[in-house]
Design a protein around this ligand. Structure first.
Ligand code: SAM
Length: 200
């Protein structure tokens, strides 16, 4: 039976997870660059399975605590949660696992229900992105969920858009996915898909 259009056009967070579920494999290393309340970390843990491992980063104690609790509630043990900026991810992931990065997600902005002035920043987001892209496996995907309605969000959005537009198309496809008629600056997705033979 033909799939309903309503089922095909997925919401932002649902589509972010669909892309990651389609690209990640059992045993992969995955990164949650902004743990927050741990929803994405838990999703990644289930997606890479017990032979895989998830590294989750956040700069706030509250987020680290919420994520650890979320994982414990779901009985997920295949994650390491690190209180540090995602810009420093390389110092926290063992070298043998760095080359198995199958996917990553950056859910940008502020921690829901917390201090709205503690937000992701374009400069550190791009630093982390560049490093992760370098280590990402061929066919791996990095997702950015870009929130830009809060104070400072527009600056980060512009910084990121400038960066992703400059990425060599031989190395990576960059998909933009969003709803153009929603009110109040709705979030959108950028999905960076690393291609094979990117040295051609
Ligand atoms: C929108 S929330 C993430 C939501 C989360 N993915 C979830 O599933 O609940 C954004 C998070 O990014 C964190 N953050 C801000 N700057 C960061 C940085 N440089 N490195 C890592 N996390 C950062 C904030 O503390 C906040 O918890």
């Amino acid at each position: 039976m033909k799939e309903s259009v309503l089922n095909m056009i997925k919401g932002i967070l649902q589509y972010a997870h669909t892309l990651l579920a389609d690209s990640l494999q059992d045993g992969d290393t995955a990164i949650d660059a902004t743990c927050g309340n741990g929803h994405d970390t838990a999703f990644l843990c289930k997606t890479v399975g017990t032979s895989g491992h998830v590294y989750g980063f956040d700069i706030q104690d509250q987020a680290i605590e919420n994520t650890r609790k979320r994982l414990a509630d779901d009985k997920l043990t295949n994650a390491t949660i690190i209180k540090d900026s995602h810009a420093n991810f390389i110092h926290h992931i063992p070298v043998d696992q760095l080359n198995h990065i199958g996917g990553a997600i950056f859910n940008l902005g502020y921690l829901p229900g917390s201090d709205k002035s503690i937000i992701t920043q374009g400069e550190s987001t791009i630093l982390a992105l560049e490093g992760m892209l370098e280590h990402l496996k061929t066919d791996g995907v990095i997702i950015l969920v870009v929130y830009h309605g809060h104070e400072g969000g527009d600056t980060e959005r512009d910084h990121i858009m400038k960066y992703v537009r400059s990425i060599d198309q031989k190395m990576c496809n960059v998909l933009y996915y969003g709803f153009v008629n929603q009110k109040n600056n709705p979030p959108f997705i950028l999905a960076l898909h690393k291609k094979a033979h990117h040295n051609d």
